[in-house]
Design a protein around this ligand. Sequence first.
Ligand code: GLC
Length: 533
Amino acid sequence: MTAPWWQNGVIYQIYPRSFQDTNGDGIGDLRGIERRLDDLVSLGVDAIWISPIYPSPMVDFGYDVADYCAIDPRFGTLADFDDVLMQAHRRGLKVLLDFVPNHTSDQHPWFVESRASRQNQKRDWYIWHDAAADGGPPNNWISDFGDSAWEWDETTGQYYYHAFLKEQPDLNWRHPAVRAAMYDVMRFWFDRGVDGFRIDVLWHMVKAADFPNNPPNPAYRPEMGEMHRLLQLHSTDQPEVHRIAAEMRDIADGYGARGQGERVLIGEIYLPVDRLMHYYGGERPEVHLPFNFQLIDTPWQARALAAVITSYEAALPLGGWPNWVLGNHDRPRVAAKRGQAQARVAAVLLLTLRGTPTLYYGDELGLSDVMIEASQVRDPRELREPGLALGRDPVRTPMPWDDSENAGFTTAHPWLPLNADWPTRNVARMSEEPQSILTLYRRLLALRRNRRALSIGNFVLLNVDDEMLVYERRHGSERLIVALNLGAQSHRLPLPDWGRGSRVLLSTVADAALVEDGALLLGSNEAVVLEAG
Ligand code: GLC
């Protein structure tokens, strides 16, 4: 049986404000994405996920949606979107949208109605609650962006709940009309031909019906951000969310046939692995890919990584397909966190583990977190809890395409500053450099496309010690060995019998890796892919 595209393909996340501007307003747009589709094809990815492009007051840069079935004029029109979709499909690229079901913007007509009066027919579409006896918020729940998650509404004399900003009221998913309306939104985009959704904060969608206080977090330290003062025991990951995920899956499965046309659902879920696994579904399937964010936070050590990989593999339910991520628009960039040499090793890891990889735009250039002056801060996360390094602007900066003005991103003033090294760290320049990380990504993606062992093959851990992580990927008679040296010392790795005579297909370090006398010689921070001889 052939694997569906979302299992053997590679997903590429586009943060649309920062990808390519075509109308000279300093903000990326849909025509910009269309213009860059060929670059994505030449990079070698299979699908794009576009962060939200819907009409929005942009208080949380599009994650505050005011209309789910339209395009924000800053990004273009519905016709522009249809063009992107058609042009992407013509090139064999799938297109995923970001679905933000947990909350709307406070400017969404549903919320405008809901807050108009207690009698309004949309009142219960959101989560309203009387004040506590002392007049304060109904319980102790904290917004993920700090402070109480409840906002007092003077007009109707009740509080409403917002897991994020007060401009992002949470929908009441216990209400059947809300579910029906949001499922229609999914159908609207599926009918246009989108290939799937990344579902924003899926584990947040249902809250305990009686709103008990959340317990304190014993591991809390102030630098973590105020949200971590409590454990989100009652405000997230409630059993009823699984029925919703299953209903969403039913809708997705109703479209397309198996194979080519299959629509995919990816859930944004920050939970420990045992909880995460529930989102694959039990009796009823739920999301195809509950995002696995573990590589972002695991210490950069061979044993720690091996433990994460093997425990994740072991925890997968029958038929559950793995996935891996190095970064996204909310988390520090891999190059900033690990270093440049390590970012190359991380690229090998991401693209040779078993499971669907999602790349974050710019990581293929080794883009680092960009220093943002206080006066340039745009992210509400940073504005609300400054100085804790929680802000996300540093990872959302414009894509540097070439060495022309503003790196070819815009003819205007870019909405966030470019990386200071853009004259050399840009797509055009690095495409010409045989040793650039961009060239490494291209080669890895091409190798992965040509060797099924790398995309759908079995995973076997061969060896782990303090610095080395070695595994095999096998499919039929195809056997590849991936060896990562995470340390600063060189290593000599004896190869198994069948590995003798194997050859190096790819290395992160120019001409360094050698197979000699049945052993592999690896330099510091070098990763290689070998083919058995
Ligand atoms: C998700 C998004 C993040 C956003 C939040 C609220 O975590 O990835 O960017 O701020 O949801 O919608």
